[in-house]
Design a protein around this ligand. Structure first.
Ligand code: CP
Ligand code: NVA
Length: 341
């Protein structure tokens, strides 16, 4: 019977802040092992439930491929098709799914529901995006930056251009945690939530990262080592579409804005993109776009996240520890719920 880790959730990037360097190195090693044909199935027999209240291409596909490559199995559960859609509580759903699976990823409209699911599940819950954060995205993004900067964040500056949204929140925490300077150009009415900003500033006190908010995208872009943007209208914000499109005019990453950054600077976008709004075709499809590597890195990052949450530390070190062997869910769990946190 494989040794199991205690339940750990990944609801916020802050949940892995202390171990981000190890997680990024882990993901990069998994990428190299896959490229070299040395990938290992470290999670045989493990099942991952994936609850989605909103659409997804990258997060869904990368988690599904990731658990499959690691020898496990994914169940895609559209919230509308679950009894959840007919009023079964999140808590009851979490308790039942915990009897079947080893971990749950959840894409939710409301962060409160994410917390509720995690509280009631006895298996790890992974935030696959909610209105507050998108932590798994930022693990892949930092991995992408790290591989282009040869491992180092110190002395680098990233410019965020656009909305102070879920991706921005997790990025603030992630940049602060790894010691990466971040200048965020965000219109006044769309600034990040104060509690996230303050959590990022607390983390940055430890690493020395400078986290600043500015109004002018040119100020953030000037001399930056990389630029990052996301959609102006996130899922769930559709009723504000017109106001947002007005407010974010001028916050587009285009050749002119990129021209202000360092000559070797590149551009990140978590995708999907609204071409012609937050980013031009020319930049997204151009030689300085890192968006496609970023999308690929979601796969490697998800594997590192799954191994980190589901394997004991001894089985994660390189070269990988002995094969944990096939898991037998009913025996592992002994037919009872493990203590919820
Ligand atoms: N970046 C991202 O999370 O994409 P999806 O919405 O397609 O999962
Ligand atoms: N901020 C975007 C990210 C999509 C991956 C949204 O929430 O829709």
């Amino acid at each position: 019977m494989p040794e199991r880790s205690p339940k750990r959730d990944l609801l916020s990037l802050a949940d892995v802040a202390d171990e981000l360097p190890a997680l990024l190195e882990h993901a990069t090693r998994l990428k190299a092992e896959r490229a070299g044909g040395r990938a290992r199935a470290t999670l045989p027999g493990r099942n991952l439930a994936m609850i989605f209240e909103k659409p997804s291409t990258r997060t869904r596909a990368s988690f599904e491929v990731a658990i499959g490559d690691l020898g496990g199995h994914a169940l895609y559960l559209s919230a509308n098709d679950l009894q959840l859609g007919r009023g079964e509580t999140i808590s009851d759903t979490a308790r039942v799914l915990s009897r079947y699976v080893d971990a749950i990823t959840y894409r939710a409209f409301r962060h409160e529901n994410m917390v509720e699911l995690a509280r009631s599940a006895s298996v790890p819950v992974i935030n696959a995006l909610d209105d507050l954060e998108h932590p798994c995205q930022i693990v892949a993004d930092l991995m992408t930056l790290r591989e282009r900067w040869d491992g180092g964040f110190r002395g680098r500056r990233l410019a965020w251009i656009g909305d102070g949204n879920n991706v921005c929140h997790s990025l603030l925490l992630g940049a602060a945690a790894v010691g990466l300077d971040l200048a965020a150009a965000i219109p006044e009415d769309y600034r990040p939530r104060p509690e996230l900003l303050s959590a990022a500033r607390t983390l940055s006190d430890r690493t020395g990262a400078t986290i600043s908010l500015v109004a002018d995208p040119r100020e953030a872009a000037r001399g930056a080592d990389a630029l990052y943007t996301d959609v102006w209208v996130s899922m769930g914000d559709e009723s504000e579409k017109e106001a947002r499109e007005r407010a974010f005019r001028g916050y587009q990453i285009n050749a002119e804005l990129l021209g202000l950054a360092r000559p070797e600077a590149f551009v990140l976008h978590d995708l999907p993109a609204h071409r012609g709004q937050e980013i031009t075709d020319e930049v997204l499809d151009g030689p300085r776009s890192a968006a496609w590597d970023q999308a690929e890195n979601r796969l490697h990052a998800q594997k590192a996240i799954l191994e980190t949450l589901l394997l004991p530390r001894s089985a994660q070190v390189s070269p990988r520890g002995s094969d944990p062997g096939p898991a037998t869910p009913s025996r592992r769990r002994g037919g009872t719920e493990r203590a919820a946190r």
